[in-house]
Design a protein around this ligand. Sequence first.
Ligand code: ISL
Length: 519
Amino acid sequence: AHSRPWWERGVVYQIYPRSFQDSDGDGVGDLAGIAARLDHVAALGVDAIWLSPIFPSPMADFGYDVADYCGIDPLFGDLAAFDRLLAAVHARGLKLLLDFVPNHSSDRHSWFVESRSSRSNPKRDWYIWRDPASDGGPPNNWISDFGGSAWEWDDATGQYYLHAFLKEQPDLNWRNPDLKQAMLDAMRFWFDRGVDGFRIDVLWHIVKAEGLPDNPLNPDWTPARTERDRVIQLHSTDQPEAHAIAAEMRAIADCYGARVLIGEIFLPNDRHARWYGTPERPQVHLPFNFQLIENAWDASVLRSMIAAYEASLPPFGWPNWVIGSHDAPRIAARIGEAQARVAAMLILTLRGTPTLYQGDELGIGRVEIPPDRVRDPQHLRQPLLDIGRDRSRTPMPWDDSDHGGFSTVEPWLPLNPDWRTRNVAAEVADPRSMLALYRALLALRRAEPALAVGSFTLLDAPAGVLAYRREEGGRSLSILLNLTDHDVTIDWTGTPLLSTLSGEPEPGMLRANEGIVFA
Ligand code: ISL
């Protein structure tokens, strides 16, 4: 078991750099701030940090609009600050993953500035330009993830360009060999600097079907869903050529040794599993699995989901689980704090690499963002939908000093309203806090190889309870999780190692909202 790569045993912790720690008093987090807060990350007990984008960017989508793939935005620091952070992370035995954004650049990237300058510019083909349809409208019916047509008209050159996200995020043309080489060189640039891997943004989007045919309409669409869902993204995502590029990225990563690639991919199990590639031609190590976020918080729903996901994995494919991100509602906002403790136990005891999101270890719940402080471009474009991503991007509350110790000035987004009591310092001091539970779970996971790498077997359980066993090297642990807010009678045996509740577990039952790991 000890010969397994770090990313199979390890736990990833996502940092949203704007909101972790401000070191220079501008209300926005930065790299020096992250370096100053590594004690928290190390004490938590995770193995790797993934940083959301830190590259130069006009910040139309807060860094997911990259204007230079090989630099650092001055808001966050510079390359020297990055090298210092990387060294500090490595000095603690942690890994550092960056966020690679290959589907689109910023419209202010010099490549796009050149591309849009004329139809004959050598970089014209680095993006996806098309003539209007016969009626003068967009070339096809594709819809931006953030609403509206995915095509933007450019008056100067009389063509449309494609953008799967904001119009400030034009899609790159990976079918162009020069663009492809330039992007793969950017990946090598960071590997050469020593980064341990990448989370790859919307990897499944990077190649579009030849001829750009209309997408089929989605028969299940209702106005309560995002506009993007009006069509099924059949021709705009998951193309065979994108898989081939993932394999090329993997070949580059493998040249550097134990580096990891995590792909952001939203697909049903069968097509999702293809992103592992084959043993001979592997693609990403971990295609992100968002099913704990996407499914109802219900024991029988999760039981079938977990079984189906496990069954869909190729024999060499290592599972992974995500419970929160800068895009998703916070877990404690969605299911309440008591069940968020059960969720913490679930993600840290399932088989597969967990990715945790900053602030969830404090149990931060729903934060209302006053209308005049909304910054999320997706929310600003579709204000009627309950999609505000700002709520998950509020600054880390470190202590009860001004601005939660995050900054010396008013932060770019408000803190969680309960920050004076819900902050790192307060939770470190409270053995019953969410943070104490996360630390205990991560310590248990480190002490018990069965939890990190053991086999996984679902067990039968009463309604409302999710139960499974993990086994490794003769050591067997069972996990019983009560996903309801009432006591459940259940005949458990064994030695409780950890409960989500304080006080002794009671024989013959799981208390309301109780999860227990048994030896
Ligand atoms: O959540 C989604 C699908 O269920 C999407 O709308 C979307 O594809 C996904 O959230 C992609 O997110 C990533 O790329 C975006 C960026 O805004 C997000 O922050 C990032 O995580 C564009 O780069």
